[in-house]
Ligand binder design. Structure first.
Ligand code: FS2
Ligand code: SF4
Length: 552
């Protein structure tokens, strides 16, 4: 195996035996083979497009990409099944292309196609085949880096596209780009062409996050300032994690009046900010912190846990929650009960979780109090006058975007320390699970504006971009980089790469990225990003805070 898609990869080079995340070699290889097969679908899709054959593989491809992101799916049987389905779909598409080509040209299709478009085999051949199609199959380090930057960004974008599709919001343009991008990684392109595709991925990422923002807010209302309880009640409960708001809706509806409460974990915290969910009395609060603390926190929760998307880490050998862990959507775990997809127009059936919850104790209290959030674009723009006034009067000197991810490593203490070291006249704008590094610190407020404004999930980084663009307009600036705004982004997995590419597309310069720069950036590709966008690795807390306050 060779995997270097996340920030915690071994020695910041790549995992070669077993993932630092716990991903076994067999799973990593099956994920590689799935991506390889998707490239084949993409190549036939390109041929189909040139022959004007309509097909609908876009969402399937997005879901498969999503299934390979860090901490999403651990179930080899599921990956084998997805590869099998991909081969079947690819074959149908191929047959359509061959027939249409012959009908149009009067001769057989004779183009030589890449292995990804032609290989096939039974399930028991997948393991062997998978060993030859991984990341290292591309020998040139810079080509590999640019192709992987594109694919890794695409995985994050695809996850967001799936979240939007669950709510009925789809855009064929996004799917077309997934095909174009995947196909491109089998072709000999110039460096310029590969860089252009990476930048286009940033544009597509913005469009996808905008679509998801529309899906979430048109379905569930605009997030509002909300005090979220972090303590516990006395009734048995279900813990829901991940990012899927439609699962949240189905669960809240089905638990209402059952005597079973609902709590969020990790990236599901922002569900509390939506009007459609706030109305449920049994939606009690948020339990614990970010994804990497789950082994302990899921133990202490005592009740069933529903993982709706990525953010599931392997269970410890001696655990008490294997039999109360449920997965759904593109996530999966061997031995966990997988809740099937909802029937057309219907809801998922969470009755098994509710029945299990009734046999469980109430959650063990970890902490008490509240945290505040709900500062997505609509809410912040409603406060725009107050914020602009505070900037003009000098009460707010600077904003620092500290969105992104949390992770296991001690090096992430940097983000808590930056939050504490920033002067009291600064405001932190955040989204994603990075917030757990500082959202329970007493950082105070500025004239009633909290010093940490949480927009929501990682995809709600889109909100932060909307806010920045609005501030640029209000202050009459020509360039977004003239705002009193610095970026100190933490990344862990591929959704954060999608967000980073989006920020680059929006023209944002001088982003600090940490705790380390991605291993998938070769020295030459990193140099391009440094020279063109001023991306830099984080330094010490003192020097970074001083530099940001200086506008550097
Ligand atoms: Fe947390 Fe980072 Fe949201 Fe992940 S914000 S680790 O991208 O999907 O979560
Ligand atoms: Fe390693 Fe990250 Fe890949 Fe897991 S996802 S195998 S930790 S690079």
């Amino acid at each position: 195996m060779f995997c270097f898609q996340c920030q915690e990869c071994a020695n910041n080079k790549g995992c070669t035996v077993r993932g630092v995340c716990g991903k076994p070699e067999a799973t990593a290889n099956l994920q590689d083979l799935l991506i390889h097969t998707l490239k084949g679908i993409a190549l036939w899709s390109k041929e189909a497009r040139s022959l004007e054959i309509a097909h609908s593989e876009g969402l399937f491809v997005a879901q498969c990409l999503f299934s390979t992101i860090t901490n999403a799916n651990w179930d080899d049987e599921r990956f084998a099944s997805l590869i099998g389905q991909a081969l079947e779909r690819r074959e149908v598409l191929r047959q359509d292309v061959l027939a249409a080509y012959k009908a149009e040209r009067g001769r057989d299709f004779d183009k030589t196609m890449d292995d990804s478009a032609t290989w096939s085999g039974p399930t028991d051949s997948f393991a062997e085949k998978s060993r030859s199609v991984g990341v290292l199959a591309t020998e040139n380090e810079d080509v590999r880096s640019l192709r992987q930057l594109l694919i890794i960004g695409l995985k994050g974008i695809a996850a967001y596209a799936d979240h939007a599709a669950v709510l009925g919001y789809e855009d064929e343009n996004l799917y077309d780009f997934f095909m174009e991008a995947l196909a491109s990684t089998t072709e000999d392109l110039s460096v310029d062409a590969m860089v252009a595709l990476v930048l286009k991925a940033g544009e597509i990422s913005v469009q996808t996050m905008a679509l998801l923002d529309r899906a979430n807010t048109e379905t569930y209302g605009n997030p509002e300032i909300t005090q979220v309880n972090i303590g516990v009640g006395t009734r048995p409960a279900i813990l829901i994690s991940g990012h899927d708001l439609r699962d949240m809706e189905d669960l809240l509806r089905q638990t209402e009046g059952t005597g079973v409460d609902v709590y969020t974990h990790g990236e599901m915290l922002p569900a509390h900010y939506y009007p459609a969910f706030k109305k449920y009395d049994h939606f009690v609060g948020n339990y614990g912190g970010s994804w990497w603390k789950q082994n302990d926190e899921f133990e202490a929760f005592n009740g069933p846990i529903l993982m709706t998307t990525n953010c599931l880490v392997p269970l410890k050998r001696h655990n008490t929650y294997a039999d109360r862990l449920f997965t759904t959507g593109m996530t999966g775990y061997p031995g966990a009960v997988h809740i099937p997809d909802r029937p057309e127009g219907g809801a998922k059936d969470f009755s098994a979780l509710i029945a299990r919850a009734r046999t469980c104790k109430a959650p063990t209290e970890l902490e008490t109090g509240t945290i505040v959030g709900g500062f997505a674009h609509r809410q912040v723009l409603a406060l725009a006058d107050k914020i602009v006034e505070a900037v003009k009067s000098g009460a707010i000197r600077r904003f620092v975007v500290m969105a992104g991810c949390d992770g296991r490593h001690r090096s992430r203490d940097y983000y808590s320390e930056v939050a504490q070291a920033l002067p009291k006249d600064t405001v932190i704008l955040t989204a994603g699970c990075a917030k757990y590094r500082y959202n329970k610190l007493a950082l105070g407020d500025i004239g009633g504006i909290p010093r940490v404004l949480d927009a929501g999930q990682c995809n709600d980084s889109y909100s932060l971009a909307v806010i920045a663009l609005k501030l640029k307009e209000v202050f009459g600036l020509a360039d977004i980089n003239e705002l009193p705004l610095s970026y100190d982004i933490a990344w862990y997995e591929q959704k954060a790469v999608a967000v980073l590419l989006a920020l680059l597309f929006l023209g944002i310069k001088d982003i600090r990225l940490g705790p380390t720069l991605p291993a998938f950036l070769s020295p030459n590709v990193a140099k391009v990003l440094v020279e063109n966008f001023g991306i830099r690795a984080i330094d010490t807390v003192e020097s970074d805070v001083a530099a940001m306050m200086d506008g550097r």
